[in-house]
Unconditional design. Structure first.
Length: 226
């Protein structure tokens, strides 16, 4: 799912078999991070890192431990940037040479509605108005959960560039279907706080794509150098 959302320079690896994740393949440093976690969390941790190491191998980067850093963001090998995501029944990693993209973010969510009361806490009034229009255009789409996923992807692309928190209300995201219909389309995030400096210019919006299928929603955001 993630591969179709990203440019060809990005290497992606995904799996739908989290129960088959082999925790024994974790590096000792990684295993220590989740040593006290519940089994489900350990399997997700192992599955997504297995995806990331396969992506490293495809990029020609020696597979190595992938530990969480500040605010849980993965500490990628030198010369590489990327993003990881996992949810019930799915895990994926997307990696790219840092020379090819400044940053990227991916997220996957179950294709179902957000819990009651969550949408107002993660969205702006302008976003909720557009979600109502999207729901009319694509009646089977859980647009509220899609917006949440897009917010997560935007944050994952934002943080490596700024090392700062980005609140849900600090990005106004416009989700649009592709012409011709179908459960896929584009996203554009207007940053409502000063954006990061990328290649000597301030970036005030991020762009990406979204899709739905196999009981999942997926979003991806890329930030080019120029």
């Amino acid at each position: 799912m993630i591969e179709e959302l990203l440019p060809s320079c990005v290497v992606t690896v995904e799996t739908y078999d989290l129960d088959g994740a082999d925790e024994a393949l974790l590096h000792p440093e990684e295993a220590a991070v989740v040593a006290r976690a519940v089994p489900k969390r350990r399997r997700e941790f192992a599955a997504v890192r297995a995806c990331a190491r396969r992506a490293m191998d495809k990029l020609g980067v020696e597979p190595q431990p992938l530990l969480p850093g500040e605010r849980g963001a993965p500490r990628w090998p030198r010369g590489v940037t990327g993003s990881m995501t996992h949810c019930e029944g799915y895990a994926a990693a997307a990696l790219v040479a840092a020379a090819d993209l400044a940053s990227l973010g991916i997220d996957a969510e179950p294709h179902g509605p957000l819990p009651d009361g969550v949408l107002p806490t993660v969205s702006l009034p302008s976003e909720r108005r557009r979600l109502a229009e999207l729901a009319v255009a694509l009646p089977g789409l859980h647009a509220d959960r899609l917006l949440f996923s897009a917010k997560e992807s935007v944050y994952k692309a934002w943080f490596p560039l700024t090392r700062r928190w980005l609140d849900f209300m600090e990005a106004d995201i416009d989700l649009r279907p592709d012409p011709g219909g179908g459960p896929h389309g584009t996203l554009r995030a207007e940053l409502l706080v000063p954006g990061p400096s990328v290649s000597g210019r301030v970036v005030q919006h991020f762009e990406g794509r979204w899709t739905a299928g196999r009981g999942l929603l997926a979003t991806a955001v890329t930030v080019p150098h120029a």
